[in-house]
Design a protein around this ligand. Structure first.
Ligand code: SAM
Ligand code: MD0
Ligand code: SF4
Length: 377
């Protein structure tokens, strides 16, 4: 890329120029620089920010985009997150535990369709975690046996032993989003949950050999200083995939009437994450605005299409539980024209596998104590 990305977009404001130059040299941005990026006004300045984010993406990934299949296999949950449709006792949530045969069918269908990874997600469902997590381990082992693609697990907080045992089944990723690193905001959002236990699970997952996906909710009352602190925390945690998702109000929850946030905020954060983590994976989730929202997210510098869900299996999304699923708008063939229209292409499977291998080598060459010293807030 050299300096061409800066030359190609006529950035008027000096402050942005210096931020872009600093991140191009690999220097971590400070909180006031992050705040400046998050306040980028719409129009030309924002288009410039996106252009720089895309150039950063291109430098690390060329024109390749990755695709993640999403298998929400149990929507039962013991927790009371105020933002989530699936919080315990919410009668409005679609509740199911998918039988293993269905899970295996979906996994194979997604693999055949060309997904680079499958994300096995559940609510914090004791059905799976009781008795040392034997049901979860069995499920993971069966999926591992049935497909060759890399696997991610998103089970919420589970103990170190279960994390180790799932990692030993050959899973690559643990996804667990703090949502915010502001402890007071966290306790308002993730009601009754412990900030440090959630963080600790991630450190333990990495010690067990997982790559980590970390994530932030957008529009839940966070300040730009909170986001600056979160970016620093994600860097300290050494997350390999970092996400931002706009909060979508859910019926039957305490935040059902929360005012919808500005849809540009998530895009600004995606671009800011790209500048801060140029060589990491950044999702463009279909679970926020469906297929309609994909173009803008890729345009802002994301490089992984997540929440691809095949129809006719009765599977739900998270923040958009039903949108675009049964009418086949969340499939590889639906996202392909959007990807191509942006001059991007779906990466070969091998490219994704090599990326994971390289990322793991980077970590596991390091002394494991690095993880222990990751900042626990
Ligand atoms: N239960 C596990 C957990 O909480 O880690 C995994 C599944 S959980 C549903 C995955 C993520 O979805 C949450 O961490 C949150 O970031 C996101 N999410 C949940 N409800 C949302 C909403 N209403 N709007 C946007 N994102 C939401
Ligand atoms: C997504 N609906 O990628 C999924 C989910 C959980 N690891 C991921 C939030 O948007
Ligand atoms: Fe449960 Fe996860 Fe929803 Fe919280 S975000 S209520 S832990 S499914």
């Amino acid at each position: 890329m050299g300096e061409s990305c800066l030359d190609s977009c006529d950035i008027s404001m000096k402050v942005f120029e210096s931020i872009f130059e600093r991140s191009l040299c690999g220097q971590p941005l400070n909180q006031s620089e992050v705040a400046a990026l998050l306040a980028t006004p719409p129009g030309k300045p924002l288009e410039d920010l996106f252009a720089v984010a895309r150039a950063f993406r291109e430098r690390s990934f060329g024109n390749h985009v990755f695709i993640y299949g999403f298998i929400y296999f149990s929507t039962y949950c013991q927790n009371y997150c105020n933002f989530c449709l699936y919080r315990q006792c919410n009668q409005s949530a679609p509740r199911y535990r998918k039988p293993i045969e269905d899970i295996l069918d979906v996994a194979k269908a997604l693999e055949d369709d060309g997904a680079h990874l499958l994300d096995l997600t559940m609510g914090e469902d004791r059905f799976y975690t009781q008795n040392d997590g034997e049901r979860l381990l069995d499920l993971v082992a069966r999926v591992r046996e049935a497909v060759a693609v890399p696997l991610m697990i998103s089970p919420g907080v589970i103990n170190a032993e279960l994390l180790r045992a799932t990692a030993e089944q050959g899973l690559d990723w643990y996804a667990c989003y703090q949502e915010t690193f502001n402890k007071r905001l966290f306790s308002r959002l993730r009601k009754g949950q412990d900030f440090h236990s959630r963080l600790k699970a991630k450190v333990q997952a990495m010690q067990a050999g997982f790559l980590l996906e970390e994530g932030l909710l957008v529009g839940v009352g966070e300040s730009s200083a909170d986001i600056g602190a979160a970016i620093e925390a994600m860097r300290n945690l050494q997350a390999s995939q970092v996400r931002a998702m706009t909060f979508r109000p859910q019926r039957g929850t305490p935040m059902a009437n929360w005012q919808a946030p500005d849809s540009l905020d998530e895009l600004r954060l995606i671009a800011t994450l790209r500048l801060c983590f140029p060589d990491k994976l950044i999702p463009a989730s279909l679970d926020v605005d469906g297929l309609d929202g994909l173009r803008a997210r890729l345009n802002a510098g994301a490089n992984v299409v997540t929440s691809v869900i095949p129809p006719r299996h009765g599977l739900a999304g998270v923040s958009r539980a039903r949108v675009d699923i049964e009418d086949s708008q969340r499939t590889v063939s639906s996202v392909t024209p959007v990807i191509k229209g942006l001059g991007l292409k779906i990466a070969p499977i091998l490219t994704y596998q090599q990326w994971i291998k390289k990322e793991k080598r980077r970590f596991f060459r390091q002394d494991q104590t690095d993880f222990r010293s990751a900042q626990l807030g």
